[in-house]
Design a protein around this ligand. Structure first.
Ligand code: AP5
Length: 213
C-alpha cells in the first residue's frame, strides 16, 4: 500500500503516518525528519535545508526529490510506504509519479488531513518533538509520561525552531500557495481521500483505517 499524507503544517500528518506505518507494517518516510536528522548530524544537506526551514520556506525541489526517489527504491519499500511531508509541490508530485512509473507502480491513496488555520497555530505552540527518534507530543492533548522527556527513547523534548508563531504563519502561507494545489492534483488522479483532522487523534486514525481497509 502506497500512501501520501497531505495537510497543512501541524495538521497531524506525522502523528497519523506513524500509526499507519505500524498497523500496515510499511516504512514511514518523513522528509522533515530526514532534514532534521541531517541538521542534527551537521551534514551539507542539513546546513542547506536549515537555511530554508528556519524561515518557514520549502527546501528546493532539487535537494528533496532525489532523496525520496532513492528512499522509495530501497528493499523495505517493496510492500509500500507512507510518505509524510512529500510531495509538497506539483514538480515534486510529478517527480514521484515519474519514478513510480519507472518501477511500473503508482500511488494508492493521498489522504488529506483537514484542519483550519486557526487550530494550527494553537497546536504548534504546544508541540514538543524528539529530535533523536522523531516522536511528537503535545503538552495538552498528547503529553509525555515525564515532562520534557521522550517516552520512546528517553531523549530531551524540544520546541522545534520552526514552531515559533511567526514562522508557523509563514509555513501556512507557503502551504496554501505551493502545497494545497496537490489536493486537486490527486483528486484528478482519483486517489484523494479527506479526513477531519480536528477530531481526536484516535478518531482520525479510525477514519483513515476505514478508508484503507
Ligand atoms: P515537516 O516536518 O514535514 O513539517 P510540516 O509539514 O510543517 O508538518 P509538521 O511536522 O509540522 O506537522 P504534522 O502535520 O506532521 O503534525 P504532527 O503530527 O506533528 O517539514 C518541516 C520543514 O521541512 C518544512 O517547513 C520545509 O522547510 C522542510 N520540508 C519538509 N519536507 C519538504 C518537502 N517535501 N519539500 C520541501 N521542503 C520540505 O501534529 C502537530 C501537533 O498536533 C503535535 O503536537 C501533535 O501531538 C498534535 N496533534 C496531532 N493530531 C492531533 C489531533 N487529532 N488532535 C489534537 N492534537 C493533535
Amino acid at each position: 500500500m502506497k500512501i501520501i499524507m497531505l495537510g497543512a503544517p501541524g495538521a497531524g500528518k506525522g502523528t497519523q503516518a506513524k500509526q499507519i506505518a505500524g498497523k500496515y507494517s510499511i516504512p514511514h518516510i518523513s522528509t522533515g525528519d530526514i532534514f532534521r536528522a541531517n541538521i542534527k548530524n551537521g551534514t551539507e544537506l542539513g546546513k542547506k535545508a536549515k537555511e530554508y526551514m528556519d524561515k518557514g520556506l520549502l527546501v528546493p525541489d532539487e535537494l528533496t526529490c532525489d532523496l525520496v526517489v532513492d528512499r522509495i527504491g530501497q528493499d523495505d519499500c517493496k510492500n509500500g510506504f507512507v510518505l509524510d511531508g512529500f510531495p509538497r509541490t506539483i514538480p515534486q508530485a510529478e517527480a514521484l509519479d515519474k519514478a513510480l512509473d519507472g518501477l511500473g507502480e503508482k500511488m494508492d491513496y493521498a489522504i488529506d488531513v483537514d484542519v483550519p488555520d486557526e487550530s494550527i497555530v494553537k497546536r504548534m505552540s504546544g508541540r514538543r518533538a524528539c529530535l533523536d527518534c522523531g516522536a511528537t507530543y503535545h503538552i495538552v492533548s498528547i503529553p509525555p509520561k515525564q515532562e520534557g522527556i521522550c517516552d520512546a527513547c528517553g531523549s530531551k523534548l524540544v520546541l522545534r525552531d520552526d514552531d515559533k508563531p511567526e514562522t508557523v504563519q509563514k509555513r501556512l502561507d507557503v502551504y496554501h500557495e505551493q502545497t494545497q494545489p496537490l489536493i486537486d492534483y490527486y483528486k484528478n488522479q482519483g486517489i484523494l481521500k479527506s479526513v477531519d483532522g480536528t477530531k481526536p487523534m484516535e478518531e482520525v486514525f479510525s477514519n483513515i483505517v476505514e478508508i484503507l481497509g
